[in-house]
Design a protein around this ligand. Structure first.
Ligand code: ACO
Length: 436
């Protein structure tokens, strides 16, 4: 079988059959070969485990150049957004396609502010989860419950219902995450206060202790906002593809996003930020040198991976990791926190970047490598790192879900398979199957 490109068509030869396939031009990055007619014309399917080479959709939202270390939301470089924008502005940008005017942004912020409150009935659900439940389990459950609490916002084909679901999700997510934390701590759940910013409300509802003022320097809020911006979208990653796949069945926004939360919880995806801290603590607590740890990683039989390193798309330094690394140094200094784990992280990174194993495989730090160190300095325990990632990724999930719902080429997601199991055989009754 051989494929040769001809202008905007690709000719594919399968035995003595020849098939002309259209291509879809990208505005940046790889063009796509439209392989949809492959099966009907040749009887073959495309096999691509892990989707290493398969585009499931066209998208206008986020662009990544993994070789050059470029990330852009709606055309804007991540470095500019991280420095100059705010999380809610980036959310609007991702969801609506353009930067808002001042009046639009203020109107949106006011709408979010109004919806941050959770009813007493909703608050009950946090008390039925065991205190030791992983926050991601409770988060997924709470987001699924939103579909029960807000039935007027469920119809994916009604634009005003989708706008309402979008506002409800963005507004209630920080409240939900702060309640998950407080419940685990055994502390009373606080209410959002109008007039405080999104980030201020979230931080205060999470950390304020009874009878005490919650007072942190501005750098705390700014760093948290920046981390959320950095996580806000990353095109067709595992959780986003899950959200799109679930939504392709016309599932409502809440339950689609709950599926994204489940995918994000895995240690190879959003769970990696928690695993990085566990790994760094393990190195410290066992007095292992970064070089010894690296030998274990390279000897794959030991089953150790360098968490926070490597990426399916980035084959150079993840641009988000570069921003987080600088931020980590600045935030720890401003908060007056000294963390041995930051020193270990710097050492591990240096050893890895000068090692042939990592160079040959083009493995560099990803966004998770330094993120946990900042969250830890702010007072979040490791189990809260992935919920924070989910809060950041929420605008991306929503934007991608909305793009999928409105895509005229959209169909229910239903991959094919190449069956490699047994051929047909007859059922054997229990008594005739032998002893074992
Ligand atoms: N440590 C050691 N070796 C690694 C690592 C790592 N972190 N990542 C990849 N490799 C090696 C693999 O063993 C493989 O080696 P081989 O060619 O000798 O078999 C090679 O590099 C290619 O790795 P794959 O696993 O095939 O790459 P893939 O694209 O499937 O996986 C992933 C990407 C899951 C991110 C991987 O690099 C990894 O497990 N990293 C650690 C977990 C992590 O940090 N995840 C967060 C990702 S970013 C995010 O979700 C926000």
């Amino acid at each position: 079988m051989a494929a040769a490109e001809n202008a905007s068509k690709v000719r594919l030869k399968v035995g003595d059959k020849s098939l002309e396939l259209a291509t879809t031009r990208a505005t940046a990055g790889a063009d796509g070969i439209v392989i949809s007619p492959l099966m009907s014309r040749t009887g073959l399917v495309a096999l691509d485990p892990g989707y290493l080479n398969t585009a499931a959709c066209t998208s206008e939202i986020t662009f990544i150049d993994g070789d050059a270390g470029v990330l852009r939301y709606r055309g804007y470089p991540i470095e500019q957004l991280a420095e100059r924008s705010t999380f809610l502005e980036v959310a609007l940008l991702l969801i609506r396609g353009d930067l808002p005017s001042r009046a639009e942004l203020e109107g949106f912020e006011a709408r979010i502010d109004k919806h941050m409150y959770l009813s007493d009935d909703f608050r009950q659900i946090f008390s039925v989860m065991p205190r030791r439940a992983h926050p991601m389990a409770t988060l997924g459950a709470a987001i699924n419950m939103m579909a029960g609490f807000y039935p007027e916002s469920l119809d994916p084909l009604d634009p005003s219902a989708v706008r309402l679901a979008t506002a409800l999700m963005l507004a209630k997510m920080p409240t939900i995450i702060s309640y998950i934390y407080r419940r685990a701590q055994g502390n009373a759940l606080l209410y959002p206060q109008q007039g405080q910013s999104y980030i201020q409300n979230f931080a205060r509802m999470t950390f304020q202790l009874p009878g005490e003022r919650f007072d942190v320097p501005d750098v705390f809020y700014r760093a948290l906002d920046t981390l959320l911006i950095l996580h806000a979208d990353h095109e067709q990653n595992c959780s986003t593809s899950s959200v799109r796949m679930i939504g392709s069945a016309r599932t409502n926004l809440f339950m689609s996003v709950a599926g994204g939360v489940a995918a994000l919880s895995g240690p190879l995806h959003g769970g990696a930020n928690e695993s990085v801290l566990e790994m760094l603590s393990h190195i410290r607590d066992n007095g292992i040198s970064p070089k010894e740890f690296m030998a274990k990683v390279k000897n794959k039989s030991a089953g150790a991976r360098l968490m926070g390193f490597g990426h399916r798309v980035y084959k150079s330094y993840d641009p988000r990791a570069a921003i987080v690394k600088k931020l980590a140094d600045a935030v720890l200094e401003a908060l007056g926190v000294r963390d041995e784990l930051l020193d270990i992280a710097h050492e591990v990174e240096q050893v890895a970047l000068s090692d042939d194993y990592f160079a040959e495989r083009r493995l560099y730090p990803n966004v998770d490598f330094y993120t946990g160190i900042i969250y830890r300095a702010m007072g979040f325990p490791g189990s809260m790192f992935t919920p924070l990632f989910a809060l950041g990724r929420l605008p991306g999930w929503i934007a991608q879900w909305r793009e999928m719902i409105n895509d005229p080429a959209g169909r229910i997601g239903r991959p094919r398979q190449v069956y490699v199991g047994l051929g047909e055989r007859d059922y054997v009754p229990l008594g005739e199957r032998g002893d074992d």
